[in-house]
Design a binder for this molecule. Structure first.
Ligand SMILES: [Cu+2]
Length: 99
């Protein structure tokens, strides 16, 4: 995912499988108890956030056991660029997994 500081990110997670899942964006400064809560089959959760800091952040499923969910591939990267455009560059984000 890619956005800029002060963009609005609208996110919806709809769960159609038998185990609960959630989504935790490290670029979001919002109430995790509400936004990052787990949803069971047939439920969904929707939230918006406005990144305030530029950087490369992780997002991941935060449902216990968290390491099982992350280890199953439920993670990724969100890059938040500064509001002011920067000179053109080759940009890379590496994420690592052992599965
Ligand atoms: Cu999960």
């Amino acid at each position: 995912m890619h956005c800029r500081v002060d963009d609005t990110v609208d996110f919806t997670l709809s769960n159609d499988v038998d185990i609960p899942h959630s989504m935790d964006f490290h670029a979001a400064q919002i109430d995790p108890k509400h936004a990052f809560r787990s949803v069971t089959k047939g439920q969904s959760v929707q939230f918006s956030f406005t990144p305030k800091f530029a950087g490369a952040f992780m997002y991941h499923c935060g449902t216990a056991p968290v390491l099982m969910h992350i280890g199953s591939g439920m993670y990724g990267a969100i890059v938040v660029s500064p509001r002011e455009p920067r000179p053109p560059a080759k940009e890379f984000v590496f994420v690592q997994s052992e599965f």
